[in-house]
Design a protein around this ligand. Structure first.
Ligand SMILES: [Zn+2]
Length: 317
């Protein structure tokens, strides 16, 4: 029977409950550990306490599971996640895979497609890194201005690993959302195992594209919730009200069961932003965004479908 790999071991999909499918516990740039100032800034007890409190707050708001899509080299720290999950009681699903090319470590960038397919399968079925904790999803990404050969290789490897294991894939790099879909389908991936992420990026909104991807069977990520210009300089920032409009439009078009909602927040950005993103925590989706959806006419049942039933369908393999 299909189960969900959490950092504390496999669980039944019904145990997931309210789930945020695209978050980051730790997030960084490979090499940070060689920087004295980044190391000094990474005060482990303080970072632990901050994320511990954020996860408890998410739980108090009704949340039960967080999916961390940081992947290899950009902060993923399995032992740290194990402790956080054990002491907060929040399920954490961690991932294998990579962000876009500039955050893929040279050791991995030099390997071929068979290596990457094997690496993903190994991390999904035996354990991530040197641990025996199995990954629950795969992450692949592409750059904003181009789709590099290495990035395409990781997409193809993820498709192959998904065919072998049934594991879900989460993408990054909305500018090339159609190309992501094309490559994955070309490699024979099942679109109902794929989330095309970040469709709510301010610079790449395209409702027709979203419907086209939806008709092909892909899951559709509106997962930058809470990143607004009032505090963020990110190019994808925009008011949550606009995200509500997108979600409502997609529900009206019949794609309720394919909508994925998340904050894409970082519990801690190691050595990148020396600022605590207190405005944007895991609980934001439940505490601030869900009420906006309800006000716009989305029903409790529809919210349950997006936050509980969709993760139950997507995560087990
Ligand atoms: Zn992300």
């Amino acid at each position: 029977m299909a189960q969900v790999n959490t950092v504390l071991g496999p669980i039944h999909p019904k145990q997931l409950r309210i789930t945020s499918l695209h978050e980051h516990i730790l997030f960084s740039t490979p090499g940070w550990e060689y920087s004295p100032e980044a190391r000094q800034h990474f005060d482990a007890p303080r970072v632990f306490e901050r994320i511990y409190n954020d996860l408890l707050d998410f739980k108090a708001a009704g949340g039960r599971t967080v999916v961390d899509v940081s992947g290899i080299g950009i902060g993923r720290d399995i032992e740290f996640y194990v402790c956080l999950s054990r002491y907060t009681g929040v399920h954490i699903v961690a991932c294998t895979g990579f962000w876009a090319q500039r955050k893929i470590l040279p050791y991995f960038a030099e390997r071929d497609i068979d290596y990457h397919t094997g690496l993903f399968v190994k991390e999904l079925t035996q354990g991530m890194g040197t641990t025996t904790v199995r990954a629950g999803v795969m992450k692949v990404g592409n750059s904003g201005d181009r789709f590099t050969a290495l990035e395409e290789l990781t997409y193809r490897a993820a498709a192959r690993a998904s065919k072998r294991t049934g594991a879900p894939i989460v993408t990054h790099g909305t500018q090339f959302a159609r190309k992501q879909a094309e490559i994955l389908l070309d490699e024979g991936a099942d679109p109902t195992r794929v989330i095309i992420s970040h469709l709510d990026a301010a610079y790449a909104l395209d409702l027709e594209r979203d419907k086209e991807l939806g008709r092909k069977g892909f899951y559709l990520g509106y997962d930058h919730i809470g990143t607004e210009q009032s505090w963020s300089k990110a190019p994808y920032a925009m008011p949550d009200e606009k995200r509500v409009e997108l979600v409502v439009a997609m529900i009206r078009s019949g794609f309720l069961k394919q909508i994925v909602l998340a904050n894409d927040t970082n519990g801690w950005s190691i050595g990148i932003v020396h600022r605590e993103t207190q405005e944007h925590t895991y609980a934001h989706l439940l505490r601030n965004f869900v009420p906006k959806l309800l006000k716009a006419g989305v029903t409790e049942e529809q919210i349950h479908t997006m936050l509980v039933e969709t993760p139950e369908r997507l995560l087990p393999f």
